[in-house]
Write a protein of this length. Structure first.
Length: 229
C-alpha cells in the first residue's frame, strides 16, 4: 500500500488541484505527506483516479505507516542505578510521561526508549544472558502499574544492557506494530520507563534516557491546493 502512495508522487506535478513540485522541493516529509493526501482526496483526470473521502485518505495513510516526526514524552539526564541482591527483580522508575489523551493514544504507532547505560561491568558467565534491562509500563491514574483483567502487570521489556559492559552505551528499544500495549492504554494513563536488574551482583547504571513517540499522520482539514516556494 505504501508503494501505491509513492507512485502517486509522479502525478503530483501535473495535478493542478495539489500544486507542482519535485521531491527535492518539498521542505519536509510532512509537506510530501500533505501532497500525497491531496492527491488521494482530489483525485486526478490524467491518469484517471477517483477522488476519495477524507476518512478513506486517513485510513490509507495510517496503514501505509506515514508517521509524523517524533515527540519526546519524557527525558532525563539525571544518573540513576539499581542493584540486585537476590533472585527477585529490582526496579526503579526513571521516566514517566504526562497523562495521555484519547486522541493521542489512537494515533500512536511507535515508542522508542533510548538510554545511555551499562550493567555492573563483569559477569562470571558471559553466556548466561543479561539481567540488566529496561521495562516500559502503563501507569494508571492512581500512580500504580496498571494490571490486565487477568491481574498481570502491564509491563514489557524494552531492551537489555550489553553483558559486562565497562562503558556506558547508547541503546534503544522499539515498541511498534501489533504490540499489545496499544490495546491497554486508556485516557489518563501514563507511560513509564523502569530501570531493572535481577540476581545477586547484577546492576543497571543509567546516565540518561528518553521516551519518544511517533504518531500516524493525519492531514489538517480542510485540504487545500498548496504551492511550495
Amino acid at each position: 500500500m505504501l508503494s501505491a502512495l509513492w507512485n502517486l508522487f509522479d502525478s503530483i506535478q501535473s495535478n493542478e488541484a495539489i500544486g507542482a513540485g519535485t521531491n527535492d522541493e518539498f521542505p519536509t516529509q510532512l509537506h510530501l505527506f500533505y501532497a500525497l493526501a491531496r492527491a488521494l482526496h482530489f483525485g486526478s483526470s490524467d491518469p484517471p483516479r477517483p477522488a476519495l473521502p477524507l476518512e478513506i485518505v486517513i485510513y490509507i495513510m495510517r496503514h501505509a505507516k506515514c508517521l509524523c516526526p517524533p515527540l519526546t514524552l519524557a527525558a532525563s539526564d539525571q544518573p540513576a542505578s539499581v542493584s540486585s541482591y537476590a533472585g527477585e527483580v529490582y526496579r526503579q522508575r526513571y521516566l514517566i510521561s504526562q497523562p495521555l489523551g484519547q486522541r493521542d493514544i489512537y494515533k500512536m504507532e511507535r515508542l522508542v526508549v533510548s538510554t545511555t547505560s551499562r550493567d555492573q561491568g563483569w559477569v562470571s558467565d558471559p553466556h548466561s544472558g543479561s539481567y540488566s534491562w529496561f521495562d516500559v509500563a502503563i501507569i494508571a491514574p492512581d500512580d500504580t502499574v496498571k494490571t490486565s483483567s487477568a491481574g498481570t502487570l502491564l509491563l514489557w521489556t524494552s531492551h537489555h544492557n550489553r553483558v559486562a559492559g565497562r562503558n556506558s552505551e547508547n541503546l534503544e528499544g522499539v515498541i511498534e506494530g501489533e504490540h499489545e500495549i496499544w490495546d491497554h492504554l486508556s485516557e489518563g494513563d501514563r507511560i513509564a520507563v523502569f530501570i531493572a536488574a535481577q540476581f545477586p551482583g547484577w546492576a543497571n547504571y543509567t546516565s540518561s534516557g528518553s521516551l519518544r513517540v511517533w504518531h500516524s499522520f493525519e492531514p489538517t482539514f480542510p485540504l487545500r491546493p498548496t504551492q511550495f516556494s
